[in-house]
Ligand binder design. Structure first.
Ligand code: BEZ
Length: 160
């Protein structure tokens, strides 16, 4: 079942790329005691994700933080090396933390899977965005496959 507003974020261990290489990060590390703008997308280096979705959050990072967001986190079912390379390519700096859900543990636990097997992309994550307050989902937006509208940084700004 898909995660809903009012639900707690499922526990999972994810990975981020650091200056010292890949590092595990838990959902507690990400969400405990913080207001987090979390968005997920079908894949690093894919057209809409690279041209619109991630750049929108980078461009609006300061505005989101001015509205009380402590951190902005982007999640995809990609490995941590791909996510690290994408972050460099997109010049995210410290504005957005790119989190690799390489085995889709978080994505499956949140019921946010996107089946792109027929397209040769395997199991991915739906395009979504949410505001999470101390581990509890406060707002949730999901874009139907192949669309990008409800999950933008601008929409999250309106919801804060
Ligand atoms: C896109 O972001 O444009 C995209 C994502 C997954 C598959 C194909 C395209």
């Amino acid at each position: 079942m898909t995660i809903q507003v009012g639900d707690s974020i499922p526990s999972a261990t994810l990975n981020i790329m650091t200056a010292d290489g890949p590092s595990a990060i838990t959902t507690d590390d990400i969400f405990k005691g913080k207001t987090v703008a979390l968005f997920g997308l079908p894949g690093a280096f894919t057209p809409t994700c690279s041209a619109q979705h991630l750049p929108g959050f980078v461009a609006n990072a300061d505005a989101l933080k001015a509205k009380g967001v402590d951190s902005i986190v982007c999640l995809a079912v990609n490995d941590v090396f791909v996510m690290g390379a994408w972050g460099k390519d997109q010049n995210v700096g410290d504005k957005v933390t790119l989190v690799a859900d390489g085995s889709a543990a978080f994505t499956k636990a949140a019921g946010l899977e996107l089946d792109l097997i027929e397209r040769g992309l395997g199991l991915r994550c739906q395009r979504f965005s949410m505001v999470v307050d101390d581990g509890v989902v406060k707002s949730l937006n999901i874009d139907p496959a192949g669309t990008f509208e409800a999950t933008s940084a601008e929409k999250i700004l309106e919801q804060l």
